[in-house]
Structures are given as structure tokens and as C-alpha cells.
Write a new protein. Structure first.
Length: 167
């Protein structure tokens, strides 16, 4: 009897683990225009790893993270990785900021609509997102990693490397 109970328990546990493993959230598609005037959609990058980073020119943590994020773009240059920096700031503010703080991502201004698609919301429907906020999307369009706050580049780097090595 104990053996049967143990077998059933292990079977139920494996179903629970399997359900969690395959329960990845699909990244919501969006259309945007970058600082260079080029329009794109997230769907354009299907088959590539995509890092969406929400940031602001007023965010001191974001400013301190930019050099680390730039090193990631250099490390994965020429690989199937796309780096998109989304901000609700307008072009004038961003261009002035970027003259002093180069950011090697594909910068997308006026991205409040995209932020609304990705931000968590509290019970009252208010936006709950810390800056910087990073969403790493795998080749199938699923969110692999969701991190916000200071110094997340090591975790992002490890996940990008893992995603590139698995096909």
C-alpha cells in the first residue's frame, strides 16, 4: 500500500513540475518606432532572443546600468539577440540624454502603450513596475526571465547564453 501511495505521489508531483515548466507566458506583440524612425514589431524578431528593457532618463539606477547593458550588446554582437530599450520619455529628452550617456540598445521613445502591456498591475489596476525592468524573450516568443531593479545584468547574461546554446 505504501508503494502505491508513493508512486501516485511521485506521479502527481511530476505532473505539477511539468505543468509549471511549460507554463511560460507569451510575450505580447507590439508595434513601435525607434529613435531612427524605423518601425518594427516584436513579432519581427521571432526566432531570436529579445531583451526588452524599460528605463527612464530620470532613473538613477537605469543610468548606472547602461554601461553594463552596453557590454552585453557588445558581447552578443552578431548573435541572434535583439536589445530594445523602451522609455516613456520623448525624443527630445532622450536625444539630450544619449549625448552624455550612450546606450547601444534600439531605443524606442514614447513607449507607454508597450509599458501598459508588460507592467504588472495591483488589485486596483494601477501600474506596478520598477525601473529598470527587463523581459528576456526566448526564440519561441515566451518570456524566460522577468527582472527589475539594480544589477540584473549577470542573471540576464547567463540566461541569454543558455538560450543561445539551446536550440
Amino acid at each position: 500500500m505504501r508503494f502505491i501511495f508513493s508512486a501516485v505521489f511521485c506521479l502527481l508531483l511530476s505532473f505539477a513540475v511539468f505543468a509549471q515548466y511549460n507554463n511560460k507566458q507569451i510575450a505580447e506583440d507590439f508595434e513601435a518606432t525607434d529613435l531612427g524612425g524605423q518601425s518594427f514589431s516584436l513579432g519581427d524578431f521571432k526566432g531570436k532572443v529579445v531583451l526588452l528593457s524599460f528605463w527612464s532618463t530620470r532613473c538613477l539606477i537605469c543610468q548606472s546600468e547602461i554601461p553594463k547593458l552596453n557590454r552585453l550588446t557588445e558581447k552578443y554582437n552578431g548573435k541572434d539577440v535583439v536589445f530594445i530599450g523602451l522609455t516613456t520619455d520623448n525624443e527630445t529628452k532622450i536625444n539630450a540624454f544619449l549625448k552624455k550617456n550612450p546606450f547601444n540598445f534600439r531605443i524606442t521613445p514614447n513607449s507607454f502603450g508597450v509599458l501598459l502591456k508588460y507592467a504588472d498591475k495591483d488589485g486596483a489596476g494601477n501600474i506596478n513596475m520598477g525601473y529598470p525592468a527587463h523581459y528576456l524573450i526566448n526564440r519561441q516568443g515566451e518570456i524566460e526571465l522577468k527582472k527589475s531593479g539594480w544589477d540584473k545584468t549577470a542573471a540576464i547574461d547567463a540566461q541569454i547564453s543558455r538560450l543561445l546554446s539551446s536550440r
